[in-house]
Structure formats: structure tokens, C-alpha cells
Design a protein around this ligand. Structure first.
Ligand code: AMP
Length: 114
């Protein structure tokens, strides 16, 4: 997608603080962190929202969780705990329409979320 911010980040056209990457996905620190650790994990492939996930995307979606586990260990938050969030569309607060998983950690996270 030409105009997609996260496509540009995964192609290296826009800088980001990358914490993990492989052939299928890339993870970088959120520019406006909501917790001491706030990482976004995205597939390299453009998928706009959870509503756009196809059956053939199940493997890459699973890889997002595997990456989250690795990044949590890297960040030293595995034992204390962390939250994984995927916002879908406007009412959930999605602002970037390239699917992404938030990994939040480093403080007590209240429930229910706002
Ligand atoms: P969401 O509201 O779920 O769509 O999350 C989008 C996230 O992307 C927000 O937390 C933003 O702070 C973050 N964000 C926007 N632009 C950038 C950027 N250039 N680099 C890193 N994170 C960004």
C-alpha cells in the first residue's frame, strides 16, 4: 500500500526503533508510548484490520503471538506480565489501518480498558 505508514516503516522508508524483525513481521517501539514498554508488532504484508484477515493469513497471525513472546522476554517483562491489544476500526480506537498488535508492559494495566 503506497500511503500506508506501517508499510513504509516495514520497507525502511520511515525510521522506527526496531526491536525485532524476520521475513514475515517487524516490531518497533510506539512513537507515543502508553507504558514503559510499548511495542507494535506488524505483519510485513498489508492487512488493514482484523476484519480483513483471510484464512490464508492464519499462519502470520500466529507468528505475531510468537514474536510477542520473544519480545516480552527481550524486554524482561515476561514474568511480571504484559498486555497484547489489537484495535479494530474506529470505536476501538484504531488509527493506523495496517493491522498491528500492541505489546504493553512495565506498569499496572487496569481492567476494563478505557
Ligand atoms: P492504533 O490506535 O491501535 O491504530 O495504534 C496506532 C499506534 O501507532 C499508536 O499507538 C501510535 O502512537 C503509533 N504510531 C503512529 N505513528 C507511528 C510511528 N511513525 N512510529 C511508531 N508508532 C507510531
Amino acid at each position: 500500500m503506497h500511503d500506508c505508514l506501517f508499510c513504509k516503516i516495514q520497507k525502511g522508508e520511515i525510521p522506527a526503533d526496531i526491536v525485532f524483525q524476520d521475513d514475515d513481521l517487524i516490531a518497533f517501539r510506539d512513537v507515543n508510548p502508553q507504558a514503559p514498554t510499548h511495542v507494535l508488532i506488524i505483519p510485513r504484508q498489508h492487512i488493514a484490520t482484523v476484519n480483513d484477515i483471510a484464512g490464508s493469513d492464519e499462519t502470520i497471525m500466529g507468528k505475531l503471538f510468537s514474536a510477542a513472546k520473544i519480545i516480552a522476554a527481550q524486554e524482561g517483562v515476561s514474568d511480571d506480565g504484559y498486555r497484547l491489544v489489537v484495535n479494530c476500526n474506529a470505536q476501538a480506537g484504531q488509527t493506523v489501518f495496517h493491522i498491528h498488535m500492541h505489546l504493553l508492559a512495565g506498569r499496572n494495566l487496569s481492567w476494563p480498558p478505557g
